[in-house]
Design a protein around this ligand. Structure first.
Ligand code: PMP
Length: 358
């Protein structure tokens, strides 16, 4: 029997996450995790926290973590909002700022698919702006006349899954050109060579920057993300979170994220290793005949002119290597490959060499 909610359920088009395989022995290059693991200081701090006991509730405001992040980014604590992963922060942004705005949210047609998922979920009108032929974001396309001032422009920078970065001057141009629009810059991958739009916050109070501990800090399993912006925007996010009585970060996550953020040395060391491995991987893929988009992320986006992406991904899986594929038009033949350790990248290169052997 069809119930009144059947149509609603059918219309919910949830985000499809990358595969998290249950079997061991797979080289996971499909969800952009960091191959090096978190800072040993963070692990020690979390262990100590557990040993102390978890009897007491956590600090609902994650004060110590916020203070560390504010200090590190040269901001005030009231410019930092913490969430359980940046996906949760993004959900609060959509809920708090766009749900009742009655104005469209602009986003690239090829970007992190969560933005579309949230737009659909909250019935926020969305306007997809096609990427240029070379897969770059073309800022002028966002400054065109849409008949109505958009509520927001949202994109990942570096963009996902392309890896291509929009320069800060272009983000500045967006913020200046659309002062009554919120510019949400999702910098999940910014720390692998790109410049952060945090540098623009002092001049522009319509920019909100989103960060995560999942990639450059290698704490995807801990679920910590945060937003940086004007005190007013951050206050808005706090009000949304409090309205839901959303869980604050648990004690272990607060302590672990704080220690990870403060361990600059480990962070530098591992991010440099990933950036170097990326350059070698790109050279290897180019030699194998792939077209590789210029990436400043911890993944590369590449296609082979003679081979369908689906076939290559399936053949790699046979060899116990997982990479990510997308079925959207224009990118269906690309593979998104996470940058692993040099040894993992070599294993991928060897597998592809064998597969592409004439
Ligand atoms: N933004 C982008 C662009 C991402 O690729 C991801 C990871 N899938 C996220 C946000 C979410 O990261 P997390 O929730 O782990 O912080």
């Amino acid at each position: 029997m069809s119930r009144f909610w059947s149509d609603h359920v059918a219309q919910l088009l949830p985000y499809v996450p990358g595969e998290q395989p249950k079997v061991a022995d797979l080289l996971k290059l499909n969800t952009n995790e960091n191959p090096y693991g978190p800072s040993p200081k963070a692990v020690a701090a979390m262990q100590a926290c557990i040993n102390d006991g978890l009897r007491l509730y956590p600090d609902p405001e994650s004060s110590e973590l916020r203070a560390s992040l504010a200090h590190g980014w040269g901001l005030k604590p009231e410019q930092v909002f913490i969430g359980n992963g940046s996906d949760e922060v993004l959900a609060h942004v959509f809920h708090g700022f766009f749900l009742r705005a009655g104005r469209p949210v602009l986003m690239p047609d090829i970007t992190y698919s969560f933005y579309r998922t949230y737009s659909q979920l909250y019935d926020v009108p969305q306007k997809l702006v096609p990427l240029a032929d070379d897969f770059r974001i073309e800022v002028d396309d966002y400054l065109a006349d849409f008949g109505v001032e958009p509520a927001a422009i949202i994109f990942a920078n570096p963009n996902a899954p392309t890896g291509i970065t929009l320069p800060l001057d272009d983000i500045r141009r967006l913020a200046q050109g659309r002062p009554d629009t919120l510019i949400v810059v999702d910098e999940a991958y910014v720390e692998f060579g790109a410049e952060s739009a945090v540098a623009l916050l002092a001049e522009h109070d319509n920019i909100l920057v989103i960060h995560t501990f999942s990639k450059s800090r290698s704490l995807a399993g801990l679920r910590v993300g945060y937003a940086l912006g004007s005190p007013q925007l951050i206050e808005g996010l706090v009000r949304v979170k409090d309205s839901f009585n959303s869980y604050p970060l648990d004690r272990v996550a607060q302590v672990g994220a704080t220690a990870a953020f403060n361990d600059r040395e480990y962070f530098e060391h591992t991010r440099q290793a990933i950036m170097q491995a990326r350059e070698t991987l790109v050279e290897d893929l180019n030699e194998l005949g792939f077209q590789v988009l210029p990436s400043l992320a911890n993944f590369v986006f590449a296609r082979h002119p003679q081979h369908a992406g689906a076939d290559l991904a399936a053949a790699l899986r046979q060899k116990h290597i997982l990479v990510r594929r997308f079925s959207a038009p224009r990118i269906e033949n690309f593979l998104r490959i996470t940058v692993g350790t040099p040894a993992e990248c070599r294993r991928l290169g060897d597998a592809l060499r064998e597969l592409l052997k004439p």
